[in-house]
Design a protein around this ligand. Sequence first.
Ligand code: ZN
Ligand code: ZN
Length: 281
Amino acid sequence: MPDSHKFGTSTLVEAGGMRVLLDCGRGAVVRLGQIGVPVGSLDAICISHFHSDHYAALPDIVMTGAIPAAWGGRKKRLRLIAPEGAQQVVDGLWALTSADRDIRVADGEIDPDLHRIDTKVIAEGVVFDENGLRITAFEVDHGDFVKPAFGYRVEYGGHVFVHSHDTRYCDNLVRHAQGADVLVHEIAMAHPETLAAHPHVRTVIEHHIQPRDVARIFAQVRPKAAILTHVILRGPDAPSIDEMLDEVGQGYDGPLQVARDLMVIRFGASISIYSAETARG
Ligand SMILES: [Zn+2]
Ligand SMILES: [Zn+2]
């Protein structure tokens, strides 16, 4: 949904001198600007699946990142790590960005090669392993027409961060999330009456996971921090966040919070979670 407080899904991983985005939904470039990370400094982007809320910012990242400015400044090609279908997206991007590229190249502003993307089409397994930062893709279950869809496990210096991305209840996720310090999981909820009366709401909810099943996931993984994101609460008469948390609480009694835009998770001797906005004063 277009909401200035909730941009599309995107998680920046910074470790070992590398910067990798997990998904790049709408507004990712603006959020990077807010935390002072130049768009051009991204080494790679891992995409979970090709629903628009997970990759809508890609053209913006490609074009804005190539501009030689403090907030752009790309020096080498961006790398895209994504499921089957990625090459078609990248070919389309090359066409989409051509009008901008022609002008900037004619003006001597950019090197056209900086609009090129090195694409890696992935299957389940390790998809990135550099400077001690290892990222593993694992298959999740986001419905019959979204195959494959991936969650990501990120490891660095003995710390483990796992992001479900979009999925229904998935045993493969539980397997790959073992030992996670932080597990970020999606969630969706609508009242039973709404599901019965509105088939289109049912279709949406059936691609996602409901609170009691999220609780089953968290209870099996037992992360130090469990975080809910990609929160879908569908109306009419949409459930509240508190109602959703109560439902999760029926099956999981560990620490739990709801993600917000610009939330920072810092891994050190302990894990601290705070807002980048507060941190900047
Ligand atoms: Zn999706
Ligand atoms: Zn989504």
